[in-house]
Design a protein around this ligand. Structure first.
Ligand SMILES: *Cc1c(COP(=O)(O)O)cnc(C)c1O
Length: 308
């Protein structure tokens, strides 16, 4: 049974589809949808089912994630992280291809059609420029990528592979707007999930504040209380109540104090994410990454799914 005093997480699969279509139109090249880390908490299998017909391939971090997808979404999978398994047949069985960055990895995994991870600055699980020729040779490689944060890193990938006629991709969500960064495909994660998660929880108490209230003596005329706190990964930041921007005044271990207006009452819904309150805004308040914000919120309750 759903406890109506607890957080509710609703994931809008239509919105994820809409985002995916928008990225596809904007980029005009293949979309390799990044659904690693359980699609940033949204649920990789559900997301794969929802957008499989709109994308060219999926990307995950590990072969275990590829296996867990069990063919959901019906597309092939790129394993972007280090090749922790060197069993080529396992990659083939799970419809995935490993990223490699040494000649030894490329040679052992050649049968699984590996792709080359190129170092353009990240310096993690990737091949330095001087070893590229050797790794390509060892694996019969026809596709290369880099994890680029800036356009100059994309240009570096292109320069390093110049004249080789390989399929190249570099851009995640941050570089989609730069036509020069799109190359043969794009690998968005966050851009697919933005605005698709709504998290809410009802006020269990509302009262006039007799200051000092709470742990630190916060200043507010009235305050409410919700049953979610640090233990669930919450931090102080923005929220919305009855269509108005409010804030979490103080976060405790398993409950938090919320600023409320004069007509807000117990039972009213506090929106922690969604309804125009973006993951970027919450991330700013938390000094965190919007991807991490999504992961935290999606873990607060078993998500309910809307659409598709
Ligand atoms: C996570 C990841 C992406 C997607 O990043 P977003 O910024 O969320 O779009 C793309 N490429 C690689 C290699 C990644 O690890």
């Amino acid at each position: 049974m759903v406890d109506r005093r607890r957080a509710q997480v609703v994931i809008d699969l239509e919105r994820v589809r809409h985002n995916t279509q928008a990225v596809r139109q904007r980029a005009g090249v293949d979309v390799l949808a990044v659904i690693k880390a359980d699609a940033y908490g949204l649920g990789a299998k559900k997301i794969a089912h929802a957008i499989g017909d709109l994308v060219s391939e999926f990307c995950v971090f590990s072969i275990e994630e590829a296996r867990a997808l069990a063919g959901a979404g019906g597309k092939n999978i790129l394993v972007l992280g280090p090749p922790l398994s060197l069993n080529a047949d396992a990659y083939i069985e799970y419809r995935c291809r490993p990223a490699v960055y040494t000649a030894a990895q490329a040679g052992v995994l050649a049968k699984a059609r590996p792709i080359l991870s190129v170092d353009t600055g990240m310096q993690r699980f990737c091949c330095p420029g001087e070893s590229i020729a050797e790794v390509i040779e060892a694996g019969g490689i026809e596709e290369a990528f880099t994890h680029a944060m800036r356009p100059d890193q994309v240009h570096r990938l292109v320069a390093l592979l110049a004249g080789r006629k390989m399929r190249l991709h570099a851009a995640g969500s941050g570089l989609l707007d730069d036509p020069a960064c799109r190359l043969d495909a794009v690998r968005p994660g966050l851009a697919l999930y933005e605005g698709a998660v709504r998290v809410s929880i009802p006020l269990v108490e509302v009262r006039a504040s007799r200051e000092p209230a709470g742990y630190g003596g916060f200043a507010s005329e009235r305050h409410g209380v919700i049953l979610v706190g640090y233990a669930q990964g919450l931090h102080a930041g923005p929220c919305r109540i009855n269509g108005t921007d409010r804030r979490l005044l103080e976060v405790g271990m398993q409950s938090s104090f919320v600023e409320v207006g004069p007509t807000d009452k117990a039972g009213d819904e506090v929106v922690l994410l969604g309804d125009g309150l973006t993951e970027a805004r919450v991330a700013g308040a938390w000094s965190a990454n919007p991807r991490g914000v999504l992961l935290r919120f999606c873990a607060m309750a078993n998500p309910q799914y809307r659409g598709v």
